[in-house]
Design a protein around this ligand. Structure first.
Ligand SMILES: Cc1cc2nc3c(=O)[nH]c(=O)nc-3n(C[C@H](O)[C@H](O)[C@H](O)COP(=O)(O)O)c2cc1C
Length: 200
């Protein structure tokens, strides 16, 4: 059975992006996938301002969750799995991705609170794969070198989907003397493993 795979392409440098290369490698090897591509840079998303929050609140109060305003949230909600690819910037993901996440977190649509005040995930994706490349090498024991992307995206994954979360990364790509091609090929081998068992 074909499954719907949403590829959220946040690779801002386009065809020069090493992250895009790694993401395309993994996606092309995931079996039985109907792929929807969401090209984030083309959306020109801005951070939510007061007007958008007011509109969101009004639509939510009216229960109008099929409004175009919520198109990105509905697309995410109905995918079987999501691959989110973006470069590692400033210890995390680019602001463009955060602007996208603001569109996904909609109380009453993508998650809700139960009677105990606990969040309950309402989205279909059974897994979220975060694909990234980094210039340096992260070290979570050093605040100045920590990876603040993975932990945050894993929390968003739990909030919205409750499914499996994984990070696929190549790193050290901007360290002088490193063999960038070898590092990318090493990550592509991990990608092959992930893709082979993607729906398991
Ligand atoms: C604005 C910006 C911020 C960056 N911040 C970091 C960082 O905090 N840590 C790191 O290891 N590399 C950092 N880098 C390097 C990128 O992670 C690295 O070059 C990555 O491979 C870029 O991915 P791309 O080729 O897909 O664009 C940064 C690069 C840019 C342009």
């Amino acid at each position: 059975m074909m499954k719907n795979l949403l590829f959220v392409n946040g690779c801002i440098r386009g065809r020069d992006s090493r992250t895009l290369r790694l993401a395309q490698h993994v996606i092309s090897r995931i079996p039985d996938a109907d792929i929807d591509v969401l090209l984030l840079p083309a959306l020109h998303l801005t951070p939510y301002g007061a007007a958008e929050i007011a509109e969101r609140d009004a639509l939510s109060r009216a229960g109008a969750f099929d409004a175009p305003f919520f198109a990105l949230a509905n697309q995410f909600k109905n995918a079987d799995a999501v691959v989110l690819a973006c470069p590692f910037w400033d210890l995390s993901f680019p602001a463009m991705v955060r602007a996208y996440l603001e569109r996904l977190c909609v109380t009453g649509l993508t998650f809700h609170y139960n009677q105990y005040g606990q969040p309950v995930a309402d989205c279909r994706p059974r897994r979220l794969l975060y694909v990234t490349t980094r210039g340096g090498i992260v070290d979570n024991s050093d605040p100045a070198l920590a990876d603040h992307g993975s932990a945050y995206l894993e929390s968003i994954c739990k909030l919205l989907c409750g499914g499996r979360f994984d990070t696929l990364a190549a790193q050290g790509l901007d360290i002088i003397g490193n063999d960038v091609e070898a590092l990318l090929q090493q990550a592509e081998k991990q990608a092959d493993q992930i893709a082979a068992h993607f729906w398991a």
